[in-house]
Design a protein around this ligand. Sequence first.
Ligand code: COA
Length: 263
Amino acid sequence: MTTVFATGVLAGRRALITGGGTGICRGIALAFAAAGCDVAISSRRAEHLDPTVAELAALGVRACAVVGDVRKPDDVDAVIATTVSTLGGLDILVNGAAGNFVARAEDLSPNGFGTVVDIDLKGTFNVSRAALPHLRASGRGVVLNISATLQLLGTIGQSHAAAAKAGIDSLTRTLAVEWGGYGIRVNGVAPGPVDGTEGVRRLVSAEARQVIAAQCPLGRMATIEEIADASMFLCSDAARFVTGVTLVVDGGLWLRSSSTLGI
Ligand code: COA
């Protein structure tokens, strides 16, 4: 993976990345490890984690996989405990665990809506809350919440995910204010469609790809590496006076249209 950052920009840091086995969060995990950060990744399924942990370890950092569901407080406590015992502490938390599918509100059951809110929004709260004592002990704690652009306009078929991501953006602002006094910065990164991810494979049709390319001011989708670079900025000392911000990284796409998913 190529990077625009100096070697070792996260050396000595210890990160937990939920959802870190696949997609955008795998890219963030690999970028952090390449920058010298020890990394724990978690997910509901070990098969999503093991191949990525091998890649992380090959970069020469301490790496571990922890299975757990962010919806279950007991799982979350165990994930945090294993992370801290394996890595020796926790400096950076990336809340990336998420679930999504396309369904119009009229076709969505209460449990369908609630499931996505439980994973995305309540999961972000659960893990942040459990990580707080360790981030506080770090003295330079950072939380990065993975947001989206769905919630910025009215995105068809995404009432559940958009509500969850809007809640996450709100949580980012509140925790930034409440935890600033503990030396903890809390920010978000909001990707638009990102090439090579499961979300785009499932949610974006071939026609929609053309529409995105035509409408995006920068003329294409993001790469996973571009989201990882923005995440690296927000989690590094380069952003040491940045907190409470959700950084949109979508080439300006959402400014042009909310209806580019082709659904
Ligand atoms: N359309 C409408 N409702 C759906 C749905 C769809 N495509 N997929 C799931 N649901 C509903 C289910 O019907 C269920 O509601 P019900 O009990 O009223 O029928 C509810 O959501 C929970 O579904 P379930 O499959 O039991 O939940 P889960 O906890 O096992 O998994 C997800 C939930 C969101 C993670 C699952 O949809 C999934 O595995 N998605 C693919 C992986 C993913 O989302 N990756 C992230 C990409 S951004």
